[in-house]
Design a binder for this molecule. Structure first.
Ligand SMILES: Nc1ncnc2c1ncn2[C@@H]1O[C@H](COP(=O)(O)OP(=O)(O)O)[C@@H](O)[C@H]1O
Ligand SMILES: [Mg+2]
Length: 212
């Protein structure tokens, strides 16, 4: 067994393993509760049409899971690439695809019946495989709804470098135009929720800066 690469993670150890020419993602959790929570969601989502990697194995002794390896293309990498080449169409289409993944997520009984949300809208938690968006990372699922997740998606995207660039603002304008056409939320409600989420993102970051 060989470690081919280590993925970026703040809380856990996540890497790409190769064993007998088969590749898989190994995730070693730092927290047992989070391990049990995420393992359970992978099992539940497997029986739905939500695009997630398959859970290949799990080990209760060391709190680790083995996942089907999708691809190295995170939504963050793709959005950075589109910004570099000024591809507004592709960037707004990708935000729409993430939103559609979130819509499927929120339609699931296990999520809807308990008023839960995906919550951790880090753009590395979405991976593209043959133009299909997959979601990973279910440790942070908690109270919320499609509105709070959509507002977080916009707030998080705008806060990646270069923050609030004219490209990102235009991409978000196109994305909002799509959501408005769909008629999911009242425009005022969406705007207010985005502001709330951006304040929360700034508070979290200021808190971290002040602790250093
Ligand atoms: N099945 C997978 N296929 C490809 N890459 C993955 C897969 N699972 C995780 N990754 C990569 O590893 C990173 C960390 O995994 P994640 O589950 O998000 O852990 P954490 O909870 O520590 O953020 C992800 O952002 C993604 O880049
Ligand atoms: Mg993650």
């Amino acid at each position: 067994m060989k470690i081919l690469k280590k993925f970026y993670s703040k809380k856990n150890f996540v890497c790409l393993l190769e064993d007998n020419q088969t590749m898989a993602v190994y995730k070693l959790f730092s927290d047992r509760e989070n391990y049990l929570k995420e393992k359970n969601y992978y099992q539940v989502f497997h029986d739905t049409n939500l695009a997630v990697p398959a859970l290949l194995a799990s080990k209760n002794e060391d709190c680790s899971i083995l996942l089907e390896y999708l691809n190295d293309e995170t939504a963050l990498d793709c959005l950075e690439f589109y910004e570099k080449y000024h591809d507004l169409d592709k960037a707004s289409e990708l935000l729409i695809s993430i939103f559609q993944w979130l819509e499927s997520f929120h339609q699931l009984d296990v999520i809807k019946s308990k008023n839960l949300s995906f919550y951790d809208m880090n753009l590395r938690n979405f991976i593209l495989l043959n133009t299909v968006v997959y979601g990973v990372d279910f440790e942070s699922i908690q109270k919320g709804d499609l509105l709070s997740d959509t507002a977080k998606l916009i707030g998080m995207y705008l806060n990646y470098d270069e923050k609030y660039s004219s490209f990102k603002l235009e991409t978000v304008a196109r994305f909002k135009h799509f959501i408005e056409k769909e008629g999911c939320f009242e425009t005022d409600t969406l705007e207010k929720t985005i502001s709330t989420e951006i304040v929360a993102i700034n508070d979290r970051r200021n808190l971290k800066t002040n602790m250093i």
